[in-house]
Write a protein that binds this ligand. Structure first.
Ligand code: GLC
Length: 506
């Protein structure tokens, strides 16, 4: 049977600005990313997801798009995008691009031309309209409304430079179908849909009623997220994707409250995948991971996805405790994620075990959250620090110049060049695991009975066991060891699995 490539693909997320700089201006770009494609092919991933590289004033790192059909000069040209796509294909890598349909930049020609019915403008409340139309808050802090000189207000769930588009307007629908076709014609294999749960708002734009957590993954229903109407949009998009040969796909960034709501985005006539942010949110405990895995597998027939980090959250080495503990757990988490059925998303630098950079000087912070929160929330720059490629040079091989964010001094030893030379490195682990994963004849998923603090499952003859606890676990060792995330012991025919360690055997 011809299985679609995305069903079990490992997709590598390239945050273009911070991956590799081709022209020495200190900002990553498409020619830089293109030059590193052989690294990704050698790493053993199946696809690359590129974060937005479109024309943008960069109020939110490019998630504020001014022209959906062109490349920002900072990142290169349309020709560079085409060359990257064709090189990737030659190397056997698929390419997914970001599409940002919830909002455009306020420098988009529609907004500049004052085409108000394509955005969400409303009169204010109060006698002179001096209060915002409702109580919605921006995800970046402060009110989600900004007033314009004629007295009316426009909605922006994110930065004021990111006005929300009005998806009740058929012209907005038509425009995005056309944008999809533009990139499909250029050869992309799929789209990562930004804020895929946000485009449709509850009729009448009702108040939330209380301060909403300014977090994407809320447990509570909100009048601006995960409204049933968004699914009509994906039904139309799916038809376009299906018009093209070669299994073109869409993956939703849908921060839905639970696995059932997330599953709605991947019904057979909608998108193909949705990020599993509940996995990313799981705490380092067997029970916590088991619950997410169970709920995910039960929620949908569609192949699940797994993700540990991305450009919006603290890197998982740090989330899992930082330092040696964090790294050790991250090694085990990688082996867990890559053993599960379905597809996995790897964020650039996680294969190097990069930690979150928590002490960036305030003057370099770029995330709009920093300003919008009145300098109380530092935001997401700490996971966007440029990749260290070599152990020397002004930005450790990222650029010929100085990178747009400074790298910590001790990142030289985390560089690709250093780690390549060491069989015990995180990079060597990822390379080995990704290679092995391609060769394993995985069967059906089934939990194995294990002591508390230990997770074990099989997929046919393949077994994965993870010790989340603080003490060594003894496993009857009649199987063939394939890989372990840390050193383990052998004693009297038993395997001694140390804390925070995963093993694969068959
Ligand atoms: C998504 C992106 C994030 C961006 C936001 C607004 O959550 O991942 O980086 O700031 O959408 O576009």
């Amino acid at each position: 049977m011809n299985r679609e490539w995305w069903r079990d693909a490992v997709v590598y997320q390239v945050y273009v600005r911070s991956f590799a700089d081709g022209d020495g201006d200190g900002i990553g770009d498409l020619p830089g990313a293109r030059s590193r494609l052989p690294y990704l092919a050698d790493l053993g991933v199946d696809a690359v997801w590129l974060t937005p590289f479109y024309t943008s004033p960069m109020a939110d790192g490019g998630y504020d798009v001014a022209d959906y059909r062109d490349v920002d000069p900072l990142f290169g040209t349309l020709n560079d995008a085409a060359s990257l796509i064709s090189d990737a294909h030659e190397l056997g890598l698929r390419v997914i691009v970001d599409i940002v349909p919830n909002h455009s930049s306020d420098r988009h020609e529609w907004f500049r031309a004052g085409l108000r019915d394509r955005y969400i403008f409303r009169p204010g409340r109060g006698e002179g309209g001096e209060f915002a139309p409702n109580d919605w808050e921006s995800l970046f802090g402060g009110p989600a409304w900004t007033r314009v000189p004629d007295g009316s207000w426009y909605l922006h769930l994110f930065d004021p430079h990111q006005p929300d588009l009005n998806w009740d307007n058929p012209e907005v629908h038509a425009e995005f179908l056309d944008i999809l076709r533009f990139w499909l014609d250029l050869g992309v294999d799929g789209f990562r849909v930004d804020v895929a749960h946000g485009m449709v708002k509850a009729p009448g734009l009702p108040d939330v009623g209380h301060p909403a957590q300014s977090e994407l993954l809320g447990a509570e229903p909100l009048p601006y997220f995960d409204q049933d109407g968004v699914h009509d949009i994906y039904r139309a998009w799916r038809q376009v994707l299906d018009e093209y040969p070669g299994d073109r796909m869409g993956v939703a960034e849908a921060w839905a409250p639970n696995a059932e709501r997330t599953a709605l985005y991947v019904r057979p006539d909608e998108l193909h995948q949705a990020f599993n942010f509940h996995f990313l949110k799981a705490s380092w405990q067997a029970e916590s991971f088991r619950t997410v895995i169970d709920e995910t597998l039960a929620a949908s027939e569609a192949p699940p996805t797994w993700v540990l980090s991305n450009h919006d959250v603290h890197r998982h080495v740090t989330r899992y405790g930082g330092g040696e503990t964090g790294r050790r757990r991250a090694r085990a988490a990688a082996m867990l994620m890559l053993a599960l059925p379905g597809s996995a998303y790897v964020y650039q630098g996680e294969e190097l075990g990069l930690p979150e950079v928590l002490d960036l000087p305030e003057e370099v912070l770029r995330d709009p959250t920093w300003e919008r929160s009145g300098h109380t929330v530092r935001g997401r720059d700490g996971c966007r620090v440029p990749i260290p490629w070599t152990s020397t040079g002004p930005s450790l091989g990222f650029s010929e110049g100085t990178g747009w964010l400074p790298q910590p001094e001790d990142w030289a030893k985390l560089s690709v060049a250093e780690q390549r030379a060491s069989p015990d490195s995180m990079l060597s682990l990822y390379r080995a695991v990704l290679r092995l994963r391609r060769t394993l004849p995985f069967g059906d998923f089934e939990w194995l009975d294990q002591p508390p603090d230990v997770l074990g499952f099989r997929r046919g003859d393949f077994h994965c066991v993870v010790n989340f606890g603080a003490s060594v676990v003894r496993l009857a060792g009649s199987r063939r060891m394939l890989m372990a995330s840390s050193y383990y012991g052998l004693e009297g025919g038993e395997v001694l699995l140390p804390p925070d360690t995963a093993l694969w055997w068959a």
